[in-house]
Design a protein around this ligand. Structure first.
Ligand code: TXA
Ligand code: MG
Length: 318
């Protein structure tokens, strides 16, 4: 049985005991363990059914701690850390020899971030080690943005979810690495590409095929509901072909009623992409419990967080 609790001391005890705890962050809940405990890290891979070739993100409470874990901190990485930490940016940097291979899947780089959530920052401060934490969902499924989502996924396999409320950003961190000293985008996320470019200038964007081996979060099918999901330009036109089906629709801001659909979810009536991003996964989780024949989402605007939303929706439809 899983306990959902705000008791940070209890989480500390479990983590010191080489076991795992689900933790809140401002992006999504993570499944956390001591980066130096083989037992805890194996358990994370096992209960997520995550392939061992897919490396984990290391969570720290300060820039100084991050510096200890890497062998090189390029100036542009430092600028990004200063601009966005604590926050939803993960930096992939050359690792220090002390980072276990299990964390990095044998790579010579490590992914690090300082999450912006008071509960988890306090937890990290009370531990003598950083936490590895992938999103707390079975491999390929929708990431959790509430403690109850984690509970539903893992009620028989983890002993505690540290309660931290609803994740306010609601999609995963943006991942930036460096190749030949040049910044490269590995995963779109909670910080828009435009905001990154404002700080460090041009960023190389690899096409999906190039990215896949480096960041398996970029696998084509990922973040997927069980219900068949479609991403379309014109929802009205698309659903005309499915008159007798039970359909759930996700739209950005258009509140126009669609009488033939079972449920219409508008992610931001005021047209705010940040609000829409924060509601995306909880809406998918909810629609996925309604025994619909299909989920139909409209394509979001192709800028700012709209790009990140489209990225996740397109992977949910594969
Ligand atoms: O917002 C987030 O980043 C959440 C919260 C819990 O912090 N975590 C998260 O972890 O999304 P996960 O494991 O679901 O996704 C981590 C991604 C994977 O796609 C992984 O391949 C990539 O980070 N990654 C980790 N280490 C890497 C490395 N050394 N080089 C390239 N990609 C890496
Ligand atoms: Mg994930």
């Amino acid at each position: 049985m899983t306990i959902v609790s705000k008791d940070i001391n209890k989480a500390v005890t479990i983590l010191n005991n080489e076991d795992v705890v689900a933790i809140p962050t401002e992006t999504v809940y993570g499944l956390a363990g001591n980066i130096y405990s083989e037992k805890a890290i194996h358990k994370i891979f096992e209960i997520k059914q995550r392939p061992l070739f897919n490396p984990l993100i290391v969570h720290v409470h300060s820039l100084e701690k991050a510096e200890e874990l890497v062998s090189d901190f390029p100036e542009k990485a430092r600028q990004l850390a200063r601009a966005f930490w604590p926050g939803s940016l993960t930096l992939v940097l050359k690792k220090s020899p002390s980072i276990p291979d299990l964390i990095t899947a044998g790579k010579d780089t490590v992914a690090i971030r300082m999450p912006n959530h008071p509960v988890t920052l306090q937890l990290l401060q009370e531990l003598s080690f950083p936490l590895a934490a992938p999103s707390a969902n079975p491999f390929g499924c929708i990431s959790p943005t509430k403690a109850s989502h984690v509970e539903r996924y893992f009620k028989n396999s983890i002993s505690m979810v540290l309660e931290g409320g609803t994740c306010k950003n609601g999609i995963e961190s943006t991942i930036i690495g460096f190749e030949d000293n040049e910044p490269v985008l590995y995963r779109l996320g909670s910080i828009s590409l435009e905001d990154i470019i404002d700080v460090i200038g041009t960023v190389k964007i690899k096409n999906k095929k190039d990215i896949a081996p480096d960041a398996p979060g970029m696998l084509e099918r990922h973040y997927a509901p069980k219900t068949k999901t479609y991403l379309v330009e014109d929802v009205e036109l698309f659903i005309q072909e499915y008159k007798n089906k039970k359909i759930g629709v996700i739209r950005f801001s258009e509140p126009k009623p669609l009488p033939s659909v079972e449920i219409l979810e508008v992610l931001s009536k005021s047209g705010d992409l940040k609000e829409a991003a924060s509601k995306l996964y909880s809406t998918l989780h909810n629609l996925d419990t309604l025994h619909l024949d299909m989920i139909v989402a409209e394509v979001f605007p192709d800028y700012g967080l709209g790009k990140s939303i489209n990225d996740r929706l397109s992977r949910a439809t594969k």
